[in-house]
Structure formats: C-alpha cells, structure tokens
Design a protein around this ligand. Structure first.
Ligand SMILES: *[C@@H]1O[C@H](CO)[C@@H](O)[C@H](O)[C@H]1NC(C)=O
Ligand SMILES: *[C@@H]1O[C@H](CO)[C@@H](O)[C@H](O)[C@H]1NC(C)=O
Ligand SMILES: *[C@@H]1O[C@H](CO)[C@@H](O)[C@H](O)[C@H]1NC(C)=O
Length: 408
C-alpha cells in the first residue's frame, strides 16, 4: 500500500484512544441493518394501515426484500423491531409477550423466519418501568427478559431509557441488562441509550458506557429532514473530544438511523448523510421502506466503497477537522494508514461552491508526504490519481451536499 507509513501514527492514535468495546466479541464493525422506528413509528392499526403497521408481516416482507434486493449482500444483516411490538401486559409468568393480533406467530417464529434467510433479528425494550410508547418495560425483570430474548433467538437489543426513576436506576439498569445478556450465553448486540438520558443529569463516563454497550445513542431521535440530519452532525462534532476516543471495535456512537430513501432529504442531503455516517463510524441502520425505494437512494445505500469506509477494520471514528467559510472538513483514519475525507457545503443558498482542499489540512499536514492516490467516492466516483507534497484539489460542492474522498 502507498500509505503504510501512516500506520504507525494510526497505531499511536489508537493507543491514546484506548478504545475497548464491550467484551462480547460482537459489533467489531458498526452494526448494519434496518430498524422500523423513523419510517413506521408506533402504527398499531393494521385495519387502517395493513402495509405499514408494526406486525410480523412488516418484518417478514422486509426480510424477504433485504435478501432479494441485495441488502443482505451489501452488509445490512440486522432487521430490527423498535417500540410497540409488545402486548400491553406480561403473561401469567411475568414473561414478555408480543401483541397477539399483530404478531400471531410470536417473536420466536419471526426469528426463525429471519434466520432462515441469513439475517439476524433485533428487538426493543426499555430500562424503566415502561417503554417510551407505554408498553411494559424491563425494570425489575432484566434477567427474565434477557433470557426470554435469548430463548426466542434475538440477536440485538435496543434498550431505551424512558420512564427511568433516577440517574442511579438508569445507569444500574443499563449495566444490569448488559450482564444479564452476557449470562444467557447468546450473542446479542447491546444497543444503549444510556448517554442520551444520563447527559441531562450528569457528565457521562464514556469509558464505562463502552465497557457495557456495543453502541449508544447520544442525542435526540432523527427525523426525516435536513434540519435533523445537520443537527446530529453538529452535536457529534461539538462533543467529538468525548465521543471519538470512546469509539472502536465493539463500541460505537450512534447518531441514529439513516433516513435515506424517504421524503425529507434532497439527493445532495442523502449523499451528506451517507458520507458523514460512514466517516462517523455510525451504525448503518436504515429506516425506510425497502419494498418501495427509489433506485438512486438504493444505489447510494449499497455503495460498497462507502460502506467500506464505515466498516473499516481499524474502527476509528472520524472527526471534524475544520469549519471555514460555510464548509466543513472531516477525516477518518482507515486501516493501512489510509484516510477518508469529506467536504460538506453548509451553505443553503446559491449553487455549487468551490473549496480548495490543501494537503496541510489533512492528517495534521502529514497526508501524502511521499505520494498518495486520491479517489472521489461521492457524489460520483472519480479517480484523481497520484499526488505529492504539492497536493491541492479544487472541489465543487453543492449546497448541503458532500464530496467524499479516499486517500491512500
Ligand atoms: C461474556 O463476558 C465474557 C467476559 O467479559 C466474555 O468473554 C464472553 O464472550 C461474553 N459472552 C457473551 C455471550 O457475551
Ligand atoms: C470511568 O469509568 C472507568 C471504567 O469503568 C473508570 O475506570 C474511571 O475511573 C471512570 N472515570 C470517572 C471520572 O469516574
Ligand atoms: C509533484 O508533482 C508535481 C506535478 O505533478 C511536479 O511538478 C513536482 O515536481 C512534484 N514534486 C515532487 C517533490 O515530486
């Protein structure tokens, strides 16, 4: 590789980061899949909305499409249920049960269906007395619920934080469930919202969160809008000194779902979300309707070179390097000393604007010290070729759009 000389600096960086994920061998790269929430919310009326209600049919259809339309092949393997799958009461033995009309086969049968297609199943619960939508929560039942999920064949748990009692109960609950999942002996990715809820009450110890969780949410739920996407990017950048060192194999900051393929983002904004979520080493959990998605969004979500940046084995989370004249520049160290670079045009007026990317801006001025090879991955693929120390690049970036580059 042209860029192995970087590997040493990358190793030093990782030592400083000291990133240690939850020791369950899972999520060594950011989890990829599909999660129902942003697109399908808590629709429980299957008479009024038979194709959009939270039911086993929705997940079975989505699982079929994930296999037949190349999503699984592209890396999206977790199909995840969010809130509103539960019956309103636990059963006579206090066990959780799915809503009997919307999930007549139960979760075990759905897990079998999903597994038979090579996919994995995610489920949702809450650390407090109730889930956010008011269904029975896990408080007081952590062992029982973890065992129930393991018995059903669940592969990922999204653990929300609504209706917690106080900071101590919230944090103990997240630790407790992590241990309970481990004790089932089943491989279950543990996706937390601990920092999102705890941040309002005290300073979050991200070292500790990373020891108990495979991924964690820090900020509000994403919505299907550019306003929401850019807020999540800005929150992440503002807290990057805390967030970036905590990330690594087995432990990821989660800026929430990909909303690409829905209604709220322009093409350039979809490119920005895909590029930045890859740079941020975010879990790639789409929330859209895979049964009906436009070909361009599908191609973007399945772009193997962009996914490779997200899934890079080094597991370093990228960070914002600078913000100047309405442009922002991010970089993400990659294995083998390579680098992913994104330039976003934050102007929301006018046409494409030019950004002059200089060698001195990248990798603290060390990039391309000998020579390097540059490929633009988004919005379209283009090979710029080999550069040396005199390297600079004039990039044209659309308003709210992003150019994503790979430097090797
Ligand atoms: C449980 O934790 C131990 C020690 O941290 C680890 O080695 C093991 O792989 C974990 N098992 C599961 C199923 O998560
Ligand atoms: C944060 O958590 C880690 C790991 O549990 C612990 O070693 C460290 O002392 C904690 N830091 C603070 C400031 O409490
Ligand atoms: C770098 O590349 C430029 C243009 O390709 C060339 O003119 C210059 O001599 C090269 N410099 C070095 C130090 O190799």
């Amino acid at each position: 590789m042209l860029c192995v000389w970087w590997a040493l600096s990358a190793a030093v960086l990782l030592c400083l980061q000291g990133a240690r994920g939850l020791d369950n061998g899972l999520a060594r790269t950011p989890p990829m899949g599909w999660l129902h929430w942003e697109r399908f919310l808590c629709e429980t009326n299957c008479v009024k909305n038979p194709t959009g209600c939270i039911s086993e049919q929705l997940f079975m259809q989505m699982a079929d499409v994930m296999v037949s339309n190349g999503w699984l092949k592209a890396g999206y393997k977790y199909i995840c249920i969010d809130d509103c799958w539960l019956a309103t009461q636990r059963d006579e033995n206090d066990k959780l049960q799915a809503d009997p009309t919307r999930f007549p086969g139960g979760i075990k049968k759905l897990a079998d269906y999903v597994h038979a297609r090579g996919l994995l199943l995610g489920i949702y619960q809450d650390v407090g007395k109730k889930t956010c939508a008011g269904y029975p929560g896990s408080q007081g039942f952590y062992e029982l619920d973890a065992q129930t999920f393991a018995d059903w064949g669940v592969d990922l748990l999204k653990f929300d934080g609504c209706y917690y009692e106080n900071l101590e109960q919230l944090e103990d609950g997240y630790r407790h469930m992590s241990i309970a999942l481990n004790q089932t002996g089943r491989n279950i990715v543990y996706s937390c919202e601990w920092p999102f809820y705890a941040r309002r009450l005290s300073k979050v110890n991200y070292t500790e969160v990373a020891e108990y969780c495979n991924s964690w949410r820090n900020f509000d739920d994403i919505q299907d809008s550019w306003a929401s996407v850019k807020t999540l990017i800005d929150f992440t950048a503002a807290l990057q000194d805390q967030l970036v060192p905590a990330a690594g194999p087995g432990a990821w900051n989660d800026p929430d779902m990909l909303v690409i393929g829905n209604f709220g983002l322009s093409w350039d904004q979809e490119v920005t979300q895909m590029a930045l979520w890859s740079i941020m080493a975010a879990p790639l959990l789409m929330s859209n309707d895979l049964r009906d998605i436009n070909p361009r969004s599908k191609e973007l979500l399945q772009n193997q070179e962009v996914i490779a940046i997200n899934q890079d084995p080094l597991g370093a989370q990228g960070y914002r390097v600078l913000m100047v004249d309405g442009f922002e520049l991010w970089e993400k160290p990659l294995a083998g000393g390579c680098l992913a670079v994104s330039v976003t045009n934050r102007h929301e007026i006018g046409g494409a604007q030019q950004f002059l990317l200089l060698r001195s801006m990248l990798w603290k001025g060390l990039a391309c010290k000998n020579k390097c090879y540059l490929t633009q991955l988004l919005p379209t693929r283009y090979e710029y070729g080999t550069f040396n120390t005199t390297f600079f690049l004039q990039l044209s970036v659309n308003p709210s759009g992003t150019v994503l580059l790979r430097v090797e």
